[in-house]
Design a protein around this ligand. Sequence first.
Ligand code: BGC
Length: 633
Amino acid sequence: MSIRMTRRRAAVVAVGAVVVGTVAVLPALPASAATACSVTYKIVNQWSNGFQGGVTLKNTGDAWTSWTLTFSFANGQTVSQGWSGKWAQSSANVTVTNETWNGSVANGGVVDMGFTANLPSATNAAPTSFSVNGVVCGGTSTPTSAPVTSRAVTSAPVTSRAVTSAPVTSRAVTSAPVTSRAVTSAPVTSAPVTSGPVVTSAAPSTPSTARVDNPYAGANGYINPDYAAQVNAAAAAKGGTLGAAMAKVAQQPTAVWLDRIAAINGANGAKGLAAHLDAALAQQTSSGKQVVATIVIYDLPNRDCSALASNGELLIANNGLARYKTEYIDPIVAIMSQSKYASLRISTILEPDSLPNLITNLSFAKCAEANSTGAYVDGVAYAAGKLHAIPNVYTYVDVAHSGWLGWDSNLTPFVNLMATLASRTTGGYSAYDGFVSNTANTTPTIEPYMTATQSIGGNPVRSANFYQWNQYIDEQSFVQALRTALIAKGFPSTIGMMIDTSRNGWGGSARPAGASTSTDLNTFVNATKIDRRIHRGNWCNQNGAGIGFRPQANPAAGLDAYVWIKPPGESDGASAFIPNDEGKGADPMCDPTYTGNSLNGNNLTNALPNAPLAGKWFPAQFEQLVTNAYPAL
Ligand code: BGC
């Protein structure tokens, strides 16, 4: 697949769409101000001597213009890094004060914060009380049992930075994209409490055929045995510390790509769809816990219409749409709807890059044909209608990434296209469970040390050359805003967003440790961004990338999950033609010596050299992704 970024007009784009922190439609204030709050605390991920936590702070009283959150740890936990607030710790006492951009919180507004911490003891009890501006939240402290993470992660992330130089995220959570999806809705084994801190747990539930809002909540992800075997072989061959880190990747769930008709029954020794679902069922039976399997639907006619690396087997001109329906979607539906799979949750990722190509890339003949014939919209609508009709199957439409659709001039037409898509789908808007960004891309989930609207030398960060006035510098802010726009357009408020975090960690020695002190905008952005790409239009086998956040449910407001859709170590494409029977071509964007085109600002591609065909194992890339993982494996 190709990930294309199209630069839109660089100049005057109204900033109004993105409001960070200072908002608001304030409710009428009562005569005397009352501070009240509720807190959801969760352990997102835990390893032998550390963990990642999340704190969602909700203002249930009068508006705040600034806030200070305090709580204490009981087991020697020490925060090593925090975001969306200035984190400090003295002995057991943690203090988080607002950033300049998220100090104002209206009644009902929420602030999502996160941190990593060292954990010296075997116990990791949740704080029992949280206060804001000196007032105990909810007046009670009723945390339930400390959460248990469902996946073993055995080593700690590298988090040596001082807590006081805490990063800033660009999430505009305080300016309420707040919708009806409860931040605390979840895997929850403990009953949510609305006053006092709520501790959510990632513990998976027992299998059930019930349709749920978020299929990832309370479920273990399916571990693909084919992929795990490949990873374990690479780990054994490498050995040592790096080999041990590699082996941990085999314990993580990854998506299964049905990238051609033959993949449905299994091609070249790989499992077919039924074999994968059988294996998922076996994992569910042996663990006694709910499993969710993620399957990528990826065979539209004229696939990858603006590039060559992942061109597919079907062409619109050769009856491709009819073949897509009858030879590809229908057999998939026939397998997924078998009663023996009814207790599995099956999450489908619909056609990466296809519909975004209709927004920006109609100058490519194959995209123009996909648009004028309606084949892309009809194909995705057909797939979603059929798949969503199966009670345990969930549909997520691919929305490219912030560096592609993040300008209003692209985002608004895309939201309109989604409405058209829904209007052509059996079931309409409600046939869609959510949307997924960053599939196989490397755009960061969060740029931790700056925001899009922050001013440097009198200019907003988003006006830097690297961002070209894009409204979003990271995926989380992008999908949260997109979700709000989709709901406003008619999609149900239950939709959840997902981000492919398999390769957007950008760790390793080149990762900045904090914000630059430069007052020159471009110098500041280039030294501050964790995204090490030369240009956001670069997408093929990016040199310097690393594995990102581990798959997890409910990582932030409006998000169903972080998922690993692109299995780390599988190539994005080759730069020289390699004969194949999959329709794939050689793409110059995968050639490190190619000097680019208008889609990457005529820059070098930053691709790793000598890559194999898209989807094939690429040892050098896997090694780099593991080495540069953030959090570390
Ligand atoms: C390729 C597919 C492959 C997928 C996952 C895509 O870029 O075109 O063949 O299955 O990546 O690696």
